[in-house]
Design a protein around this ligand. Sequence first.
Ligand code: GDP
Length: 429
Amino acid sequence: MANCVIVGINWGDEGKGRMVDLLTERFDVVVRYQGGGNAGHTVINEYGKFALHLLPSGIFRKGIVNILGNGVALDPENLWQEMQTVSAQGIVLSPENLKISDRASLLLPWHRDLDELEEARLGDKKYGSTKQGIAPFYSDKYQKKTVLAGELFYPDALRAHLSDLLEWKNLTLTKVYGAKPYTMAKLEEWMEAYCEKLKPYICDTGDFLRSAQMKGKNILFEAQLGSLRDLDYGIHPYTTSSNTLAAYAPIGSGLPSARLDDIVGVVKAYSTCVGEGPFVCELFGDEAERLRRAGAEYGAKTGRPRRVGPLDIVATRYGVQVQGATELALTKLDVLSEMEQIPVCVRYLVDGRETDRFPFPAALGGAKPVLEYMDGWKCDISGVRRWEDLPEAARRYVLFIEEAVGCPITYVSVGPERDSIILRGRNNA
Ligand code: GDP
Protein backbone atom coordinates (compact mmCIF):
# COMPACT_ATOMS: atom_id res chain seq x y z
CA MET A 1 0.00 0.00 0.00
CA ALA A 2 1.22 3.49 -0.76
CA ASN A 3 -0.21 6.80 0.29
CA CYS A 4 0.85 9.81 -1.72
CA VAL A 5 0.14 13.53 -1.40
CA ILE A 6 0.36 15.99 -4.26
CA VAL A 7 1.02 19.50 -3.07
CA GLY A 8 1.91 22.89 -4.49
CA ILE A 9 5.37 24.16 -3.55
CA ASN A 10 4.84 27.84 -4.29
CA TRP A 11 1.87 30.23 -4.50
CA GLY A 12 -0.51 27.78 -6.17
CA ASP A 13 -1.35 27.22 -9.86
CA GLU A 14 1.74 25.05 -10.26
CA GLY A 15 -0.14 22.46 -12.32
CA LYS A 16 -1.25 20.11 -9.53
CA GLY A 17 -4.47 19.18 -11.33
CA ARG A 18 -2.47 18.01 -14.31
CA MET A 19 -0.18 15.91 -12.11
CA VAL A 20 -3.05 14.37 -10.14
CA ASP A 21 -4.79 13.52 -13.40
CA LEU A 22 -1.62 11.81 -14.58
CA LEU A 23 -0.88 9.91 -11.38
CA THR A 24 -4.41 8.79 -10.51
CA GLU A 25 -3.81 5.75 -12.69
CA ARG A 26 -1.86 4.18 -9.84
CA PHE A 27 -4.43 4.95 -7.14
CA ASP A 28 -7.74 3.58 -5.96
CA VAL A 29 -8.91 6.61 -4.01
CA VAL A 30 -8.33 10.38 -4.50
CA VAL A 31 -9.12 12.74 -1.61
CA ARG A 32 -9.35 16.53 -1.44
CA TYR A 33 -8.46 17.52 2.10
CA GLN A 34 -8.56 21.33 2.35
CA GLY A 35 -9.66 24.50 0.62
CA GLY A 36 -12.76 25.18 -1.38
CA GLY A 37 -13.96 26.59 -4.65
CA ASN A 38 -11.55 29.53 -4.53
CA ALA A 39 -8.94 28.08 -6.85
CA GLY A 40 -9.11 25.91 -9.91
CA HIS A 41 -7.24 22.88 -11.12
CA THR A 42 -7.05 22.73 -14.86
CA VAL A 43 -7.13 19.26 -16.38
CA ILE A 44 -6.95 18.45 -20.06
CA ASN A 45 -7.66 14.86 -21.08
CA GLU A 46 -9.67 12.77 -23.53
CA TYR A 47 -12.96 14.24 -22.23
CA GLY A 48 -11.93 17.84 -22.87
CA LYS A 49 -10.66 20.75 -20.76
CA PHE A 50 -11.91 21.17 -17.22
CA ALA A 51 -11.43 23.74 -14.49
CA LEU A 52 -12.12 21.76 -11.34
CA HIS A 53 -12.75 23.81 -8.24
CA LEU A 54 -14.02 21.31 -5.72
CA LEU A 55 -14.21 17.92 -7.38
CA PRO A 56 -11.13 15.74 -6.90
CA SER A 57 -9.15 15.27 -10.10
CA GLY A 58 -9.65 11.49 -9.99
CA ILE A 59 -13.19 11.75 -11.34
CA PHE A 60 -11.96 11.24 -14.88
CA ARG A 61 -10.70 7.71 -14.27
CA LYS A 62 -13.07 4.79 -14.03
CA GLY A 63 -12.90 2.76 -10.85
CA ILE A 64 -11.46 5.55 -8.69
CA VAL A 65 -13.35 6.64 -5.60
CA ASN A 66 -13.16 10.42 -5.10
CA ILE A 67 -13.60 11.93 -1.68
CA LEU A 68 -14.22 15.44 -0.40
CA GLY A 69 -12.80 15.25 3.10
CA ASN A 70 -13.82 16.99 6.30
CA GLY A 71 -11.14 19.69 5.83
CA VAL A 72 -12.74 21.03 2.67
CA ALA A 73 -14.92 24.16 2.51
CA LEU A 74 -17.95 22.43 1.08
CA ASP A 75 -19.86 24.93 -1.01
CA PRO A 76 -23.06 23.08 -2.03
CA GLU A 77 -23.98 25.59 -4.72
CA ASN A 78 -20.58 25.56 -6.42
CA LEU A 79 -20.21 21.82 -6.04
CA TRP A 80 -23.63 21.04 -7.49
CA GLN A 81 -23.00 23.36 -10.45
CA GLU A 82 -19.60 21.80 -11.05
CA MET A 83 -21.13 18.33 -10.94
CA GLN A 84 -23.65 19.42 -13.58
CA THR A 85 -20.90 20.82 -15.78
CA VAL A 86 -18.71 17.72 -15.74
CA SER A 87 -21.73 15.42 -16.15
CA ALA A 88 -22.70 17.38 -19.25
CA GLN A 89 -19.23 16.64 -20.62
CA GLY A 90 -19.70 12.91 -20.30
CA ILE A 91 -18.34 12.13 -16.82
CA VAL A 92 -20.57 9.78 -14.86
CA LEU A 93 -20.87 10.82 -11.22
CA SER A 94 -22.53 8.58 -8.67
CA PRO A 95 -22.32 7.86 -4.94
CA GLU A 96 -19.97 5.02 -5.98
CA ASN A 97 -17.28 7.31 -7.36
CA LEU A 98 -17.94 10.50 -5.39
CA LYS A 99 -18.27 10.60 -1.62
CA ILE A 100 -18.64 13.68 0.57
CA SER A 101 -17.60 13.58 4.21
CA ASP A 102 -20.47 13.90 6.66
CA ARG A 103 -18.01 15.89 8.81
CA ALA A 104 -17.30 18.51 6.14
CA SER A 105 -18.71 21.92 7.09
CA LEU A 106 -21.09 23.62 4.67
CA LEU A 107 -20.10 26.95 3.22
CA LEU A 108 -23.30 28.94 3.72
CA PRO A 109 -24.56 31.69 1.39
CA TRP A 110 -23.62 34.44 3.85
CA HIS A 111 -19.95 33.43 3.76
CA ARG A 112 -19.67 34.71 0.22
CA ASP A 113 -21.50 37.93 1.12
CA LEU A 114 -19.21 38.54 4.06
CA ASP A 115 -16.13 37.96 1.92
CA GLU A 116 -17.29 40.64 -0.49
CA LEU A 117 -18.37 43.05 2.23
CA GLU A 118 -15.03 42.77 4.01
CA GLU A 119 -12.95 43.20 0.84
CA ALA A 120 -15.03 46.29 0.02
CA ARG A 121 -14.49 47.65 3.54
CA LEU A 122 -10.72 47.12 3.20
CA GLY A 123 -10.65 49.15 -0.03
CA ASP A 124 -7.09 49.46 -1.29
CA LYS A 125 -5.84 47.34 1.62
CA LYS A 126 -7.82 44.34 0.39
CA TYR A 127 -6.31 40.82 0.60
CA GLY A 128 -7.20 39.98 -2.99
CA SER A 129 -9.79 37.40 -2.01
CA THR A 130 -11.52 35.42 -4.74
CA LYS A 131 -14.72 36.25 -2.82
CA GLN A 132 -15.83 32.67 -2.62
CA GLY A 133 -16.40 32.98 1.12
CA ILE A 134 -13.41 30.89 2.15
CA ALA A 135 -12.02 33.14 4.91
CA PRO A 136 -15.42 33.79 6.58
CA PHE A 137 -16.15 30.07 6.25
CA TYR A 138 -12.98 28.92 8.02
CA SER A 139 -13.31 31.57 10.72
CA ASP A 140 -16.81 30.30 11.43
CA LYS A 141 -15.61 26.70 11.36
CA TYR A 142 -13.05 27.43 14.07
CA GLN A 143 -15.72 29.26 16.03
CA LYS A 144 -17.87 26.14 15.68
CA LYS A 145 -20.50 28.20 13.87
CA THR A 146 -20.94 26.00 10.82
CA VAL A 147 -23.23 23.15 9.89
CA LEU A 148 -21.80 19.72 9.12
CA ALA A 149 -22.92 18.01 5.92
CA GLY A 150 -24.16 15.02 7.94
CA GLU A 151 -26.63 17.28 9.77
CA LEU A 152 -28.74 17.23 6.61
CA PHE A 153 -29.92 13.80 7.78
CA TYR A 154 -31.31 15.31 11.01
CA PRO A 155 -33.75 17.93 9.64
CA ASP A 156 -35.33 19.01 12.93
CA ALA A 157 -32.01 19.53 14.70
CA LEU A 158 -30.62 21.19 11.58
CA ARG A 159 -33.47 23.69 11.45
CA ALA A 160 -32.88 24.70 15.07
CA HIS A 161 -29.12 24.92 14.49
CA LEU A 162 -29.53 27.06 11.37
CA SER A 163 -31.96 29.34 13.11
CA ASP A 164 -29.40 30.01 15.89
CA LEU A 165 -26.68 30.66 13.33
CA LEU A 166 -28.98 32.94 11.36
CA GLU A 167 -29.73 35.09 14.38
CA TRP A 168 -26.04 35.39 15.17
CA LYS A 169 -24.89 36.04 11.60
CA ASN A 170 -27.55 38.66 10.94
CA LEU A 171 -26.06 40.74 13.74
CA THR A 172 -22.78 40.94 11.84
CA LEU A 173 -24.41 41.46 8.48
CA THR A 174 -26.68 44.27 9.58
CA LYS A 175 -24.85 45.96 12.44
CA VAL A 176 -21.24 45.69 11.25
CA TYR A 177 -21.67 45.96 7.49
CA GLY A 178 -25.15 47.53 7.17
CA ALA A 179 -26.14 44.71 4.81
CA LYS A 180 -29.46 42.94 4.38
CA PRO A 181 -30.27 40.16 6.86
CA TYR A 182 -30.92 36.56 5.80
CA THR A 183 -34.28 34.90 6.40
CA MET A 184 -34.98 31.29 7.23
CA ALA A 185 -37.09 31.07 4.07
CA LYS A 186 -34.10 32.09 1.96
CA LEU A 187 -31.88 29.52 3.66
CA GLU A 188 -34.48 26.81 3.15
CA GLU A 189 -34.73 27.66 -0.53
CA TRP A 190 -30.98 27.34 -0.81
CA MET A 191 -30.97 24.02 1.05
CA GLU A 192 -33.64 22.65 -1.23
CA ALA A 193 -31.88 23.86 -4.38
CA TYR A 194 -28.43 22.46 -3.56
CA CYS A 195 -27.99 20.56 -0.28
CA GLU A 196 -30.81 18.10 -0.90
CA LYS A 197 -29.18 17.14 -4.22
CA LEU A 198 -25.91 16.32 -2.50
CA LYS A 199 -27.41 14.09 0.17
CA PRO A 200 -26.95 10.81 -1.72
CA TYR A 201 -23.20 11.47 -1.81
CA ILE A 202 -22.75 12.26 1.88
CA CYS A 203 -21.47 9.46 4.10
CA ASP A 204 -18.89 8.54 6.73
CA THR A 205 -15.87 8.84 4.46
CA GLY A 206 -13.52 8.23 7.41
CA ASP A 207 -15.02 4.76 7.71
CA PHE A 208 -14.59 4.22 3.97
CA LEU A 209 -10.94 5.37 4.09
CA ARG A 210 -10.07 3.19 7.08
CA SER A 211 -11.47 0.18 5.35
CA ALA A 212 -9.67 1.11 2.10
CA GLN A 213 -6.43 1.37 4.07
CA MET A 214 -6.99 -2.04 5.67
CA LYS A 215 -7.55 -3.55 2.24
CA GLY A 216 -4.20 -2.12 1.12
CA LYS A 217 -5.68 0.37 -1.35
CA ASN A 218 -3.53 3.18 -2.70
CA ILE A 219 -4.71 6.60 -1.61
CA LEU A 220 -3.82 9.90 -3.25
CA PHE A 221 -4.35 13.12 -1.31
CA GLU A 222 -4.81 16.23 -3.43
CA ALA A 223 -3.99 19.69 -2.10
CA GLN A 224 -5.12 23.07 -3.32
CA LEU A 225 -2.90 26.18 -3.60
CA GLY A 226 0.72 25.96 -2.38
CA SER A 227 3.15 26.11 0.56
CA LEU A 228 3.32 29.90 0.57
CA ARG A 229 -0.46 30.13 0.98
CA ASP A 230 -0.52 27.87 4.03
CA LEU A 231 -2.34 29.53 6.90
CA ASP A 232 0.46 28.83 9.40
CA TYR A 233 3.60 28.68 7.24
CA GLY A 234 2.78 30.97 4.33
CA ILE A 235 3.06 34.70 3.64
CA HIS A 236 0.67 35.74 6.38
CA PRO A 237 -1.81 37.45 6.03
CA TYR A 238 -1.81 36.86 2.26
CA THR A 239 -2.40 33.18 2.76
CA THR A 240 -5.50 31.12 2.34
CA SER A 241 -7.48 30.19 5.43
CA SER A 242 -6.62 26.49 5.51
CA ASN A 243 -3.48 24.36 5.69
CA THR A 244 -2.14 23.57 2.25
CA LEU A 245 0.71 21.43 3.59
CA ALA A 246 0.99 17.67 3.19
CA ALA A 247 1.07 17.33 6.97
CA TYR A 248 -2.60 18.34 7.07
CA ALA A 249 -3.69 15.63 4.60
CA PRO A 250 -4.35 12.94 7.23
CA ILE A 251 -6.50 15.29 9.35
CA GLY A 252 -8.43 16.97 6.55
CA SER A 253 -9.09 13.76 4.64
CA GLY A 254 -10.72 11.74 7.39
CA LEU A 255 -7.83 9.36 7.93
CA PRO A 256 -5.86 10.97 10.78
CA SER A 257 -3.72 7.86 11.19
CA ALA A 258 -2.54 7.87 7.57
CA ARG A 259 1.19 7.53 6.96
CA LEU A 260 2.38 9.48 3.94
CA ASP A 261 4.79 7.40 1.89
CA ASP A 262 5.43 9.91 -0.83
CA ILE A 263 5.01 13.67 -1.06
CA VAL A 264 5.11 14.95 -4.63
CA GLY A 265 5.68 18.69 -4.74
CA VAL A 266 4.65 20.51 -7.90
CA VAL A 267 6.84 23.43 -8.97
CA LYS A 268 6.36 25.58 -12.04
CA ALA A 269 9.46 26.34 -14.15
CA TYR A 270 8.88 30.04 -13.35
CA SER A 271 6.84 31.85 -10.70
CA THR A 272 3.26 33.08 -10.66
CA CYS A 273 1.14 34.56 -7.94
CA VAL A 274 -2.51 35.58 -7.90
CA GLY A 275 -3.74 38.42 -5.76
CA GLU A 276 -2.08 40.74 -3.30
CA GLY A 277 0.94 40.34 -1.06
CA PRO A 278 4.72 40.24 -1.34
CA PHE A 279 6.07 38.55 -4.46
CA VAL A 280 9.79 39.22 -4.33
CA CYS A 281 10.75 37.93 -7.78
CA GLU A 282 7.97 39.78 -9.66
CA LEU A 283 8.64 40.92 -13.22
CA PHE A 284 6.89 43.96 -14.70
CA GLY A 285 6.29 45.55 -18.11
CA ASP A 286 6.93 43.81 -21.43
CA GLU A 287 9.08 41.07 -19.95
CA ALA A 288 6.24 40.11 -17.62
CA GLU A 289 3.63 40.35 -20.36
CA ARG A 290 5.64 38.03 -22.66
CA LEU A 291 5.96 35.39 -19.95
CA ARG A 292 2.30 35.75 -18.92
CA ARG A 293 1.19 35.28 -22.49
CA ALA A 294 3.57 32.37 -23.17
CA GLY A 295 2.27 30.57 -20.08
CA ALA A 296 -1.39 31.67 -20.44
CA GLU A 297 -1.22 32.89 -16.86
CA TYR A 298 -4.76 33.97 -16.16
CA GLY A 299 -6.69 32.65 -13.11
CA ALA A 300 -8.72 29.46 -13.67
CA LYS A 301 -11.52 30.76 -11.46
CA THR A 302 -11.35 34.51 -11.90
CA GLY A 303 -9.63 35.07 -15.25
CA ARG A 304 -7.39 37.59 -13.45
CA PRO A 305 -3.94 38.09 -15.00
CA ARG A 306 -1.44 36.39 -12.70
CA ARG A 307 1.65 38.17 -11.49
CA VAL A 308 4.71 36.47 -12.98
CA GLY A 309 8.43 36.21 -12.31
CA PRO A 310 11.44 33.93 -12.70
CA LEU A 311 11.72 30.76 -10.66
CA ASP A 312 12.38 31.74 -7.06
CA ILE A 313 14.89 29.34 -5.51
CA VAL A 314 14.59 30.88 -2.02
CA ALA A 315 10.81 30.48 -1.87
CA THR A 316 10.90 27.09 -3.61
CA ARG A 317 13.48 25.64 -1.23
CA TYR A 318 11.36 26.83 1.71
CA GLY A 319 8.26 25.37 0.07
CA VAL A 320 9.99 22.01 -0.37
CA GLN A 321 11.09 22.00 3.25
CA VAL A 322 7.72 22.82 4.81
CA GLN A 323 5.99 20.27 2.61
CA GLY A 324 8.60 17.61 3.35
CA ALA A 325 8.53 16.85 -0.37
CA THR A 326 10.15 13.55 -1.30
CA GLU A 327 10.16 14.31 -5.03
CA LEU A 328 9.22 17.13 -7.38
CA ALA A 329 7.31 17.58 -10.61
CA LEU A 330 8.56 20.55 -12.63
CA THR A 331 5.80 21.84 -14.89
CA LYS A 332 5.60 24.20 -17.86
CA LEU A 333 9.22 23.93 -18.86
CA ASP A 334 8.02 24.34 -22.48
CA VAL A 335 6.83 27.87 -21.69
CA LEU A 336 10.46 29.05 -21.35
CA SER A 337 11.47 27.73 -24.78
CA GLU A 338 11.49 31.15 -26.45
CA MET A 339 13.84 32.76 -23.95
CA GLU A 340 17.42 33.58 -24.89
CA GLN A 341 18.50 33.87 -21.26
CA ILE A 342 16.45 32.55 -18.36
CA PRO A 343 16.51 34.56 -15.13
CA VAL A 344 16.47 32.68 -11.81
CA CYS A 345 16.09 34.33 -8.41
CA VAL A 346 18.88 32.66 -6.44
CA ARG A 347 18.96 34.73 -3.25
CA TYR A 348 17.19 37.68 -1.63
CA LEU A 349 18.70 40.96 -0.60
CA VAL A 350 17.28 41.89 2.81
CA ASP A 351 18.55 44.96 4.71
CA GLY A 352 21.59 45.17 2.43
CA ARG A 353 22.56 41.53 3.03
CA GLU A 354 22.16 38.57 0.70
CA THR A 355 20.36 35.61 2.14
CA ASP A 356 19.10 32.27 0.92
CA ARG A 357 16.66 31.90 3.81
CA PHE A 358 13.01 32.68 3.22
CA PRO A 359 12.28 35.70 5.45
CA PHE A 360 9.62 36.16 8.11
CA PRO A 361 6.44 37.50 6.42
CA ALA A 362 6.84 41.05 7.75
CA ALA A 363 10.36 41.24 6.25
CA LEU A 364 9.29 40.05 2.80
CA GLY A 365 8.07 43.47 1.67
CA GLY A 366 11.62 44.85 1.87
CA ALA A 367 13.32 41.88 0.16
CA LYS A 368 14.79 42.29 -3.33
CA PRO A 369 15.60 39.45 -5.74
CA VAL A 370 19.19 38.54 -6.66
CA LEU A 371 19.05 37.19 -10.19
CA GLU A 372 21.34 34.91 -12.16
CA TYR A 373 20.85 34.05 -15.81
CA MET A 374 21.02 30.65 -17.43
CA ASP A 375 21.23 29.88 -21.14
CA GLY A 376 17.93 29.20 -22.87
CA TRP A 377 17.44 26.35 -25.35
CA LYS A 378 15.46 28.28 -27.98
CA CYS A 379 13.57 25.36 -29.49
CA ASP A 380 10.23 23.64 -29.07
CA ILE A 381 10.46 20.89 -26.45
CA SER A 382 6.75 20.09 -26.20
CA GLY A 383 7.17 16.85 -28.15
CA VAL A 384 10.08 15.55 -26.05
CA ARG A 385 9.28 12.48 -23.93
CA ARG A 386 12.73 11.26 -22.84
CA TRP A 387 15.16 13.04 -20.56
CA GLU A 388 18.09 12.42 -22.88
CA ASP A 389 16.21 14.07 -25.76
CA LEU A 390 15.87 17.39 -23.95
CA PRO A 391 18.35 20.04 -25.15
CA GLU A 392 21.36 20.24 -22.88
CA ALA A 393 20.50 23.77 -21.70
CA ALA A 394 17.05 22.55 -20.59
CA ARG A 395 18.60 19.63 -18.70
CA ARG A 396 21.06 22.03 -17.06
CA TYR A 397 18.16 24.22 -15.94
CA VAL A 398 16.35 21.26 -14.37
CA LEU A 399 19.48 19.92 -12.67
CA PHE A 400 20.31 23.37 -11.35
CA ILE A 401 16.88 23.64 -9.68
CA GLU A 402 17.08 20.13 -8.27
CA GLU A 403 20.47 20.82 -6.71
CA ALA A 404 19.49 24.28 -5.42
CA VAL A 405 16.25 23.23 -3.71
CA GLY A 406 17.57 19.87 -2.48
CA CYS A 407 14.92 17.51 -3.83
CA PRO A 408 14.90 15.18 -6.86
CA ILE A 409 12.85 16.28 -9.88
CA THR A 410 11.28 13.06 -11.06
CA TYR A 411 8.75 14.49 -13.53
CA VAL A 412 9.28 17.21 -16.11
CA SER A 413 6.11 18.43 -17.77
CA VAL A 414 6.38 19.95 -21.24
CA GLY A 415 2.71 20.49 -22.08
CA PRO A 416 -0.76 20.50 -20.54
CA GLU A 417 -1.87 17.18 -22.03
CA ARG A 418 -1.77 14.03 -19.94
CA ASP A 419 1.12 12.44 -21.84
CA SER A 420 3.30 15.55 -22.25
CA ILE A 421 5.61 14.35 -19.54
CA ILE A 422 9.20 13.20 -19.10
CA LEU A 423 9.70 10.64 -16.36
CA ARG A 424 13.01 10.68 -14.55
CA GLY A 425 14.35 8.12 -12.11
CA ARG A 426 13.05 6.99 -8.71
CA ASN A 427 9.52 5.57 -9.02
CA ASN A 428 9.48 6.27 -12.74
CA ALA A 429 12.68 4.82 -14.10
P1 GDP B 1 -3.20 23.92 -10.39
O1 GDP B 1 -4.24 24.68 -9.65
O2 GDP B 1 -1.95 23.75 -9.59
O3 GDP B 1 -3.71 22.63 -10.94
O4 GDP B 1 -2.77 24.79 -11.63
P2 GDP B 1 -3.66 25.56 -12.72
O5 GDP B 1 -4.63 24.64 -13.28
O6 GDP B 1 -4.14 26.86 -12.22
O7 GDP B 1 -2.54 25.94 -13.76
C1 GDP B 1 -1.90 25.06 -14.51
C2 GDP B 1 -2.12 25.44 -15.97
O8 GDP B 1 -1.03 25.09 -16.73
C3 GDP B 1 -3.28 24.69 -16.61
O9 GDP B 1 -3.87 25.49 -17.58
C4 GDP B 1 -2.63 23.48 -17.22
O10 GDP B 1 -3.35 22.92 -18.29
C5 GDP B 1 -1.35 24.07 -17.68
N1 GDP B 1 -0.20 23.18 -17.67
C6 GDP B 1 0.13 22.26 -16.72
N2 GDP B 1 1.33 21.70 -17.01
C7 GDP B 1 1.75 22.30 -18.16
C8 GDP B 1 2.93 22.19 -18.93
O11 GDP B 1 3.85 21.44 -18.64
N3 GDP B 1 3.03 23.02 -20.03
C9 GDP B 1 2.06 23.89 -20.40
N4 GDP B 1 2.25 24.64 -21.48
N5 GDP B 1 0.93 24.02 -19.68
C10 GDP B 1 0.79 23.24 -18.57
